[in-house]
Design a protein around this ligand. Structure first.
Ligand SMILES: CCC(=O)OC[C@H](C)CC[C@H]1O[C@H]2C[C@H]3[C@@H]4CC=C5C[C@@H](O)CC[C@]5(C)[C@H]4CC[C@]3(C)[C@H]2[C@@H]1C
Length: 411
């Protein structure tokens, strides 16, 4: 039975019909008001580090094999936040606001043990939408940087989303790097009007220290599997030996086994509460920061005033169109504040190659999801120089002007 009643049911039905003529660009879909979230997609980078203790744990481990296991454990612990936290909090998956080019989301986590972890997230491309992020904890020398976009399609009442991009975790103390690929997902429950994310297929983690993880995702399928299931295997690249497995439901509990013997259970919930992200009060934020930029839209969504939502949204969308037009006439492009696009990153290519060799040579499978880093229009990397110029105030003038341009355009 549908979760919707009355007019919501009819708007949802017409919405489902509109998806059927879907052109692949999720952001361009006009979803019915009750499915709209006031959170912008640029905020989703924060889902990587809502457990700062797990994020810094690998840096404190002497043994390289155990470090690789702790990285796998941290990664698996982010899945619930990434892919089911809206359903938990809001009752279903929601449609995030489509970030404008240059939109920023800045904050930090303060944790008594991990110390301060900094978040920088920037919408580095609008067509196609690409978010780049850098999350770092100086105290433990742990740095995560990455970027992601989405390629979506529609089939048999389901939205299928392939993620484009990579995440790279760096442990300064051990001079170690981990390449992390991103899971494909599909949106289930559309026909009932209560959409939620299910992950599918496989991803990998390949470390420069010689450990490889294969992570397989599955849902409630005809084999009676449980929803949100995951099964990960951690191997030693050199010996090809299977060292650990971690499996279970990424929304509930995962079991770590040293091959056959269980060594640990960890779960997501009250026993493992997330740490809240600290962000500046809106009045102190830069005009490009997401919650300030979308404040009027968010207020309208909170009021349930969808006309107001539409009016305020189109102000921002028109402002963006005008900016792009002006840039085109002047032959300029928007200056990304913290990230730069490069054709290739040597250590990423090295990890991609190592993983491919292991999959083919030892696991005897065709290397998968290795084409993403190459296929996108460039790899987005965190530009430390740009960051220091902003923090030091050397770019104060550009920062002020960028904010003013956006404010003027939105008037
Ligand atoms: C566009 C049609 C529409 O509005 O349908 C309504 C439904 C809410 C389904 C579409 C939206 O579902 C949302 C789920 C979002 C993903 C959730 C988590 C992540 C992980 C994060 O690290 C990167 C972003 C990503 C992949 C989100 C991308 C956008 C998704 C698919 C939203 C859909 C518009």
């Amino acid at each position: 039975a549908s979760a919707l009643t009355g007019s919501a049911k009819s708007t949802w039905a017409s919405f489902l019909k509109s998806i059927a003529s879907f052109n692949g660009d999720l952001a361009s879909m006009t979803a019915p008001p009750f499915i709209l979230s006031k959170t912008s997609l640029v905020e989703y980078s924060a889902y990587w580090t809502e457990h700062p203790k797990l994020f810094v744990a690998p840096a404190k481990e002497q043994d390289p094999e155990k470090r690789a296991l702790l990285v796998l454990k941290w990664f698996l612990s982010t899945l619930k936040q990434q892919y089911s936290s809206r359903s938990e909090k809001l009752g279903s998956e929601k449609k995030p606001l489509n970030p404008f080019l240059g939109e920023l989301f800045l904050g930090h986590w303060e944790d008594e043990e991990a110390g301060r972890t900094e978040l920088i997230s920037e919408q580095v491309s609008h067509h196609p939408p690409v978010t780049a992020y850098s999350i770092f904890n100086e105290k433990h020398g742990v740095k995560l940087q990455g970027y992601n976009g989405q390629k979506a399609g529609f089939a048999s009442m389901t939205i299928n989303v392939k993620q484009v991009g990579i995440a790279r975790l760096r442990l300064e103390k051990w001079d170690e790097e981990y390449l992390i690929t991103l899971p494909a997902l599909h949106i289930e429950g559309l026909v009932y009007g209560s959409p939620f994310v299910e992950l599918e297929k496989s991803t990998i983690i390949q470390s420069s220290s010689g450990f490889f993880a294969k992570i397989d995702y599955s849902g409630k399928g005809w084999v009676g599997g449980k929803s949100n299931s995951v099964s990960a295997e951690l191997y030693d690249n050199k010996t090809g030996k299977l060292l650990y497995t971690i499996s279970g439901q990424w929304t509930k509990e995962l079991v770590v086994k040293k091959v056959k013997t269980e060594v640990e259970r960890f779960e997501h919930g009250e026993k493992n509460p997330t740490t809240g992200l600290t962000i500046k009060p809106i009045e102190e934020q830069d005009p490009l920061e997401s919650r300030r930029a979308w404040a009027k839209v968010g207020a309208a969504i909170d009021k349930g005033d969808y006309d107001e939502t539409g009016i305020e949204k189109s102000k921002i969308e028109n402002a963006q169109r005008n900016l792009r037009k002006k840039e085109k006439e002047e032959g300029t492009t928007w200056e990304r504040r913290y990230f730069s696009a490069v054709d290739k990153v040597d250590d990423v290519d090295a990890l991609v190659e190592r993983a491919g060799k292991f999959m083919k040579g030892v696991l005897g499978i065709t290397p998968f999801c290795m084409d993403e880093p190459a296929k996108t229009n460039g790899v987005w990397v965190f530009d430390t120089k740009k960051y220091e110029d902003v923090v030091s105030g050397r770019k104060a003038e550009e920062v002020r002007r960028a904010g003013e341009t956006v404010l003027e355009a939105t008037e």
